[in-house]
Write a protein that binds this ligand. Structure first.
Ligand code: CAA
Length: 258
């Protein structure tokens, strides 16, 4: 709709679905794709009609990493001044929830982008890995940090040092993904979760995302303090009154995002 060439976007009710679409390169994350992805995410993030975003790839690949053909001739001065990866932070900096629905390969930057999302639902075909070391580099879009926080040092170190892939079952055991579903049901399951989130009060959803993310950025005491203040502030919303009144009245709440 916006003239994108490397992604597809659609909206279903209050959920936006973004599909990475460079099948010829297993959705390798070239600069154009990342620009388009960031643009679409920013638009949906700013659109009051959208309550949750689902990001997915193809059956074969969520994304096979940064575009190696694009990176291959890059010099150090170019990588420094061009700051190639910093724009990717846009995925992690969005304020509405983003669910990664991963089937097939999520490798290198593909795994990293999935980890920038708020949670990952994996098809039983999903394979996660940080194979950059085999290319003579290391993960450059947060992999050494986010994978370590998600699965612990031992597994993250092994993955980053050997480039070995994790299948969906191992990824679920390790806490990298929230759950595994049959490949044929991946989009339906991710959309169902997204619809559930989008049916909640949007400001409360956004404050909850911000609070959970605080746990990655600060000490426990500061995180608890942040949570306490935000929780207290929620009593200034109409949706708190509505949600609790609906429970007491034994009816469904009608949140008005206020
Ligand atoms: N960049 C550019 N092109 C890629 C690509 C990538 N990351 N991954 C796959 N492709 C291309 C292939 O070159 C191939 O193109 P051609 O048909 O023109 O040759 C096409 O996609 C299909 O790929 P394969 O033929 O290799 O498919 P396969 O099924 O045999 O293998 C695979 C699948 C194991 C995922 C293999 O493609 C692969 O190992 N890809 C690279 C994975 C990788 O190393 N990712 C890390 C990238 S670096 C990075 O991400 C840095 C960072 O941290 C930000």
């Amino acid at each position: 709709a916006q003239g994108y060439e490397t992604i597809l976007t659609e909206t279903r009710g209050r959920v936006a679905l973004i599909t990475l679409n460079r099948p010829q390169a297993l959705n390798a994350l070239c600069a154009q794709l990342m620009t388009e992805l960031n643009d679409a995410l920013a638009r949906f993030d700013a659109d009051p009609a959208i309550g949750c975003i689902v990001l997915t790839g193809s059956e074969k690949a969520f994304a096979a990493g940064a575009d190696i053909k694009e990176l291959q001739p890059t010099t150090y001065p170019q990588s420094y001044t061009g700051d190639l990866i910093t724009p990717w932070d846009g995925v992690a900096n969005r304020r509405k929830p983003i669910i990664a629905a991963v089937a097939g390969f999520a490798l290198g930057g593909g795994c990293e982008v999935a980890m920038m999302c708020d949670f990952i639902i994996a098809a039983d075909t999903a394979k996660f890995g940080q194979p950059e070391i085999r290319l003579g580099v290391m993960p450059g879009a947060g992999g050494t940090q986010r994978l370590t926080r998600l699965v612990g040092k031992s597994k993250a170190m092994e993955m980053c040092l050997t480039g070995r892939m994790m299948d969906a079952a191992e990824a679920e055991r390790a806490g990298l993904v929230s759950r595994v579903v049959p490949a044929a049901e991946l989009i339906a399951e991710a959309m169902k979760a997204a619809e559930t989130i989008a049916s909640m009060s949007l400001p409360i959803v956004m404050m909850t995302k911000e609070s959970v993310n605080r746990s990655y950025e600060t000490t426990l005491a500061e995180g608890i303090r942040f949570e306490r203040r935000v929780f207290q502030a929620m009593f200034a919303t109409a949706d708190q009154k509505e949600g609790m009144s609906a429970f007491v009245d034994k009816r469904k709440p009608a949140f008005r995002n206020g």
